[in-house]
Design a protein. Structure first.
Length: 270
């Protein structure tokens, strides 16, 4: 079985410094045949990590490489392991090929959820190319620079009862409980986040890093991986029409930039 799509699996820009920014959940593309099976709500792809390319528009100036998903996470979730193992045992999560929204409403209007063959076809068409590019760029940077960093950029609604109680902190740093990144770097990043006026922060709270952070972070080998899960309220409207809010974003964007500058300073010291 093949999965038909008119879009490439990713967009990629190669930088000059030892930092790769991955954005696995910004994609909005739904192939026509798949979109026809989805509900009207699902076709609006409400669980997208909206506007992160705009929020991180300083990435090129920093010299970072940038890897951006094109397809919606409803097609396939690039931050899940290929075998769909639950990264948070005992907690409710969405899967490799989700069947419901974050609000737990069905994605498929007629209930015709993807079977194993369709999931495998999506994995081959979208998931594997994204991860091959991610691995290839990390390997290239490692060969050139020695010590490198991977920053996995995410955002989410600030209140989602399905996944967490109350309101999420604004800046959620994840290092797989210290396994994916040097503790000194994690502490420096938390210090920057904690000093952000008007924003709350946490390290390895509800979001400890997904598959990308856990799979590729290897500080003993000089690869430091960090996930940042931001509340969307920090920079945009959390409900339709999901507009970017420049004045709101202007308060948090410098904080994110300072964190990435700290990452680069750390890895370029070797």
């Amino acid at each position: 079985m093949t999965f038909d799509t008119t879009e490439p699996a990713f967009r990629f820009r190669q930088g000059t410094r030892p930092l790769l920014i991955s954005m696995p959940h910004v994609g909005t593309h739904l192939p026509r045949a798949l979109a026809a099976r989805l509900t009207a709500e699902a076709r609006r792809v409400p669980d997208t990590d909206w506007h992160l390319e705009r929020l991180y528009d300083f990435a090129d100036a920093l010299g970072a490489s940038v890897l951006v998903a094109t397809h919606s996470r409803y097609v396939i979730d690039l931050n899940r392991p290929p075998d769909d193992q639950n990264l948070y045992p005992g907690q409710d999560t969405t899967g490799l090929c989700p069947v419901d929204t974050f609000d737990k409403t069905p994605l498929y209007a007629a209930g015709d959820v993807p079977d194993e063959a369709e999931i495998a076809a999506r994995r081959d068409a979208i998931w594997r190319p994204y991860h091959r590019q991610l691995r290839a760029e990390l390997d290239r940077m490692k060969a050139v620079h020695g010590t490198i960093a991977l920053w996995d950029a995410h955002s989410i609604r600030s209140a989602l009862p399905r996944f967490f109680e109350g309101r999420l902190p604004d800046l959620n740093l994840g290092t797989a409980n210290g396994a994916s990144c040097d503790p000194a770097l994690a502490a420096a990043l938390l210090g920057i986040a904690s000093s952000a006026e008007g924003h709350t922060s946490v390290l390895n709270g509800r979001f400890k890093g997904g598959h990308i952070t856990r799979e590729y972070g290897d500080p003993s080998a000089g690869v430091h991986a960090v996930q940042l899960e931001m509340t969307q309220a920090s920079y945009m409207q959390e409900r339709l029409p999901f507009d970017y809010l420049p004045a709101t974003a202007a308060r948090v964007q410098p904080v994110v930039r300072r964190m990435l500058e700290a990452v680069l300073a750390f890895v370029e010291r070797g």
